[in-house]
Write a protein that binds this ligand. Structure first.
Ligand code: EPU
Length: 419
């Protein structure tokens, strides 16, 4: 359980870690390289550890040096992966392409739903079917098998981040040209493409969200590559500073290009943000927040993963604000927790909410199963004068690197009782 108490105000500087959503597909893509690679700026989080544990069973060797992860995929053995371990991670969907490529078959649990949305995987399955992989349902599992065939293909990625990533990995070593239409172009997708291009893959991004992949004889390896910094973590800290800093705070490793729409919304809400160059952003404490409306969208629109942290800023605005969550139909559920803190709000429908003012956040014990909403609870806890308890701390370690440590270094009164 996390205990968070208000303390005068936060100050100094913070450094953003590598992106978790980039890290996981990048590790899997490395399985195709069958050689050595060093991945720098890799976040040390539980999900990465779980992934490494799973691939160590097929003889992938790895070692850490601070945040550099060295992978050796030279001697991958044709063993079966441990299904029980795969079942533990929701991101097992990323396993599809590399494992199909190596072993020709895979069984994963069907991700029917999770806390933020139904989990349709039709785009993944349709894309794989187009390149001649077959799938069948066996109770709650789904088994996919087949052999990659050559030929030019046009595939619809439906703007899905993981379906686009899976298709990139599946087709980069397939003979022929592949055009991914409606491809997701989030910073972590681009980071995956950059890794593969460094390995001599032939990938181009066209306008209209189109990715063109031309087959190359083989991918090279034995190089180092930097995982992009996490724009969602950067955005989260920007909200914390706007609400709880003394004067201003500098956020290092925050790429302004990844955060354009989000920063525009902050500015619209009268939060002052200054670009100090070299990926450092200065965010000033905002004394008076203007109410504004947000609507989530695919990149480069307002990120759904920053919707719940932004809602806390909206609770402090001087008027009525609206949230329109377009992508996921259950992602506003966390607002029920905020009601425990006496936030005035109306959940109009699964996609829309209205937050009224004024809101003097009260004492509460909170929780969430959505990691981003969980972080929103931490922000709410930092700005109330009361002590707040937040349960299910295991989430924070799965997805954020040293978040408690970073907040403590910034003078937050925060304690993990490990209970
Ligand atoms: N969708 C379909 N069919 C599919 C796949 C997706 O209809 O086959 C729909 C979904 O229902 C949703 C939309 O497409 O409405 C977008 O889903 P997407 O597939 O893009 O999500 P994802 O790839 O499963 C990734 C991130 C999420 C992030 C979303 C949107 C990773 C590991 N996860 O999920 O991150 O919210 O993209 O940007 O990259 C988080 O980090 O907290 C998180 C949930």
């Amino acid at each position: 359980m996390l205990k968070v108490k208000w303390k005068a105000s936060l100050s100094w500087e913070v450094k953003i870690s590598g992106s978790k959503n980039a890290a996981l597909p990048i590790i899997w893509a490395c399985l195709l390289l069958k050689w050595k690679i060093k991945l720098k700026n890799m976040p040390k989080i539980k999900d990465v550890e779980t992934f490494l544990d799973i691939i160590s069973e097929i003889w992938v060797k790895y070692s850490w040096n601070k945040n550099s992860l060295s992978l050796d995929t030279t001697n991958i053995k044709n063993n079966k992966l441990d299904y029980k371990k795969i079942k533990k991670i929701r991101a097992s969907i990323f396993l599809l392409s590399p494992i199909l490529h190596i072993f020709g078959n895979i069984k994963i649990p069907f991700p029917w739903w999770c806390v933020i949305w139904r989990r349709p995987i039709d785009s993944h399955l349709n894309s794989l079917k187009k390149i001649w992989y077959n799938y069948k349902y066996i109770w709650d599992d789904i088994e996919i098998s087949g052999k990659l065939k050559s030929g030019d293909k046009i595939i619809n990625s439906s703007f899905s981040v993981s379906a686009t990533e899976n298709s990139i990995i599946a087709n980069v070593v397939r003979k022929g040209q592949t055009i991914l239409k409606n491809a997701a172009l989030e910073p972590h997708v681009i980071n995956l493409i950059d890794l593969l291009k460094k390995a001599w893959a032939d990938i181009k991004i066209n306008y209209l969200h189109e990715i063109v992949i031309n087959w190359v004889e083989e991918l090279r390896s034995d190089f180092s590559f930097e995982v992009v910094s996490d724009y969602i973590e950067a955005g989260t800290f920007m909200i914390i500073w706007a609400l709880a800093s003394k004067e201003y705070i500098d956020i290092a490793n925050a790429r302004i290009s990844d955060l354009y729409t989000f920063i525009e919304k902050l500015k619209e809400a009268w939060v002052k943000v200054k670009d100090l160059w070299w990926d450092v952003l200065r965010v000033y404490k905002c004394e008076k927040i203007k109410p504004i409306n947000i609507q989530t969208n695919i990149f480069p629109g307002f990120p759904t993963d920053l919707q719940s942290p932004f809602a806390i800023l909206q609770t402090q605005a001087n008027g009525m604000s609206r949230i329109h969550e377009v992508l996921f139909e259950w992602r506003l559920n966390f607002l029920v927790e905020l009601e425990k803190m006496w936030v005035n709000l109306v959940l109009a429908n699964p996609h829309e909410a209205i937050i009224f003012w004024p809101n003097n956040l009260r004492k509460a014990t909170l929780t969430s199963w959505d990691l981003r909403a969980w972080m929103a609870m931490v922000i709410a806890a930092l700005i109330t004068e009361w002590k707040t308890k937040i349960t299910k701390t295991e989430y924070i370690y799965r997805w954020y690197e040293d978040f408690v440590g970073k907040l403590k270094a910034l003078w937050a009164d925060i304690e993990d009782t490990k209970g």
